[in-house]
Design a protein around this ligand. Structure first.
Ligand SMILES: C[S@@+](CC[C@H](N)C(=O)[O-])C[C@H]1O[C@@H](n2cnc3c(N)ncnc32)[C@H](O)[C@@H]1O
Length: 246
């Protein structure tokens, strides 16, 4: 199955311990640290809208973009339930197309790791740059090289709940710097379980590769931190957060 098709149904359950309010607080702290007061935000790889809908409820004018129609269906339903006014668009970020320039663009929780080729990363960064207003901020994170190569890669994870279980088998390809994430999900359908499988590929980028690509795309005042903090990064940090300006 295509990545984030069947998985969409269980994504929010499996992410239930993620502090999305805290994540949105962190984004707002970055805005304050930069003395930046955005109104329009484009969130790419927005998934089921966990951040997008919260930003809208906090008063921003938000557009959410994702490649997976299934993830977007959940995002839209949740926006409706919450009364969050968000426009959702089904797009691949490598072909990002929006008709207005915005104050800030976000890509959170691994979106950039799904861009597997350096050339494609350049395409995405250039598109993001062109859609930002002058002085606009691009904020994104990556799962670190360390996390993908040493923690997730070559490990198997499994959890077993009453209505859903999963096995997550990973393999890290050193030569290509790609982590293959094989997910087998069992979801209860009445008395039986439906089993489906998805394979995701994430690229493990080194910090230098990201910094070079950002500079080549025209970004300036680039900072990067251990995610959710403003601390310098260490090799063993799992998530790195980048902030850069047009
Ligand atoms: C781990 S989820 C993160 C979702 C959301 N940002 C969150 O914090 O919960 C990664 C998302 O990236 C999306 N994605 C992967 N490749 C993409 C691409 N090329 N263009 C747009 N979205 C993409 C997937 O569909 C998925 O929804």
């Amino acid at each position: 199955m295509e990545a984030y098709s069947g998985f969409a149904e269980v994504y929010d359950f499996l992410m239930r311990d993620v502090d999305y309010n805290g994540w949105v607080n962190y984004i707002e702290k970055i805005f304050r640290k930069k003395n930046f007061n955005p109104h329009t935000i484009l969130e790419i790889a927005c998934g089921t809208g966990n951040i997008t809908n919260k930003l809208a409820k906090r008063g921003y004018d938000v557009v959410g973009i994702d490649k997976s129609t299934e993830m977007l269906t959940f995002a839209k339903n949740k926006a409706y339930d919450l009364g969050a006014d968000v426009k959702y668009l089904n797009q691949d970020m490598r072909e990002l197309d929006y008709n207005k320039n915005v104050d800030s663009i976000l890509c959170l929780c691994d979106g950039i790791n799904y861009i597997l080729e350096k050339q494609e990363l350049m395409t995405v960064l250039k598109k993001v740059y062109s859609l930002l207003k002058e002085g606009g901020l691009f904020i994104f994170d990556i799962s670190s090289y360390y996390k993908l190569s040493q923690i997730l890669g070559s490990n198997i994870y499994a959890e077993n709940f009453e209505n859903v279980s999963y096995i997550w088998e990973n393999y890290f390809d050193e030569e290509e710097s790609i982590c293959e994430l094989n997910l087998t999900i069992f979801k209860r359908k009445n008395k039986l379980f439906e089993r489906y499988q998805e394979c995701h590929y994430q690229r493990a980028y080194k910090t230098e590769e990201i910094l070079n690509a950002l500079k080549k795309s025209g970004f300036k005042n680039i900072s990067y931190y251990k995610s959710f903090t403003f601390e310098d990064i260490n090799y063993e940090d799992n998530r790195l957060n980048f902030v850069c300006e047009k």
